[in-house]
Design a protein around this ligand. Sequence first.
Ligand code: ZN
Length: 172
Amino acid sequence: MKTQLGRVLFARLTILLLYTPAGILITWSAQAMQEVEERADLTLPDIAAVHTEPGQAPVILYNPVLCHHAGRTLCEFYRYHEYGHLELRHHKRNDISIQQEEREADRWAATHAPLRVVMAAYRYFLNGGGSSPFHGEGRSRAARLLMSTESHVLSRGPAGYRRIREHVARAF
Ligand SMILES: [Zn+2]
């Protein structure tokens, strides 16, 4: 049953990918990305993480070796995930659980990253990657990405559909 569900979800995401030009989903502020320092840290046990110190601007740390192993596109998803934490100001909140923060950061990344990036994370999570007590099971994360991305595309309304149709007309 879970395999069947996986196939259905994958098919739906593939359709979104085919009918959505790369970049159409980028709606976030590029300005916000440029204001945050990204720093390589070979000792970081994860691909990426937000690092905060009192009185200082938060920094996004990433491990270039783990990033390389994960692959550029998947690593990019993790980058968006960390920006999600920052945009949602998780480092300033203590009223929600870490698990909830991780779910929100996944959803944020799913609606702000280019679809090919979300797709790479979707495949990785669907195969069990990305599981942790805080992030949840990989398959749950995959389903979360799909639902967030799909509702984001649908919420764009007629203008979004028109742009998608124009893209398809050019592509074929
Ligand atoms: Zn996170």
